[in-house]
Design a protein around this ligand. Sequence first.
Ligand code: GUN
Length: 270
Amino acid sequence: MTIKEYVSCRKQQLKDVVNTLTKVPQLIIINANEDPASKSYINGKLKDAALLNIDAKLIQLEPNVTQEQLIRLIEKYNDDSNCDGIIVQLPLPKHIDESIIKLTISKDKDVDGFHPLGTLNPCTPQGIINYLHHENITLEGKNALVIGRSNIVGKPMAKLLLNENCNVTICHSKTKFTDLKNYVENADIIVIAIGKNGFLDERFNYKSDAIIIDVGINRTLEGLKGDAKENLPVKLQTPVPGGVGLLTRLALYENLIKICLTKEKNNDGI
Ligand code: GUN
């Protein structure tokens, strides 16, 4: 099944779950940057919410908002029982400490899965694992290579692949190119998230049954491009656009609905 088909099928299932809830789920999205990429991610999130009968509200702040003001706003929604989930869109303006903001969002409302004490996983890695499971791809004992070590994708991706019993390698900007070539050659699953258009190309040899998960979103004159060149000689390569971005958006609402289901279960019989 293509990612588009999988996502649309899963959204229908999620919508059915939302319709069984006693309260309309509410998601608060706080944005403090003027980055066009963030605007387009947020628009995607709002569109999905409308389709799933979820009440998503965007709070657009000025980029000169202070850290204190942002913390107070988050605390207001932490205390609001009608609000089920909170997202603070990244990147934040330079004068705001991202790690403090991540810890301010209640771990029980952290839809992004960034809180160290929360039970939910970050959306991009979780969305990728969900798709691989759906496609019945065996992960146990496979050589998984993660290229990129960001806090949002690379690091949590490596952890989730390890939980799936993969042999995990992480490569990054300081990895020697000759070493990277060896790792790529031996990889069954490659997840790349480095923000370099077409980095994976014919300079590398691939296993013919390898799987490439392309997390890159690079804006070029020819439109959105991934970190891998198109049509590499492998078994499965996720497209850009129409690939991992859709899986991330789906995982976000999977997380929100998990929060709502847990709340309803805990309120049972009260
Ligand atoms: N900016 C880019 N990706 C993400 C994400 O997954 N969550 C948030 N909050 N901001 C982002």
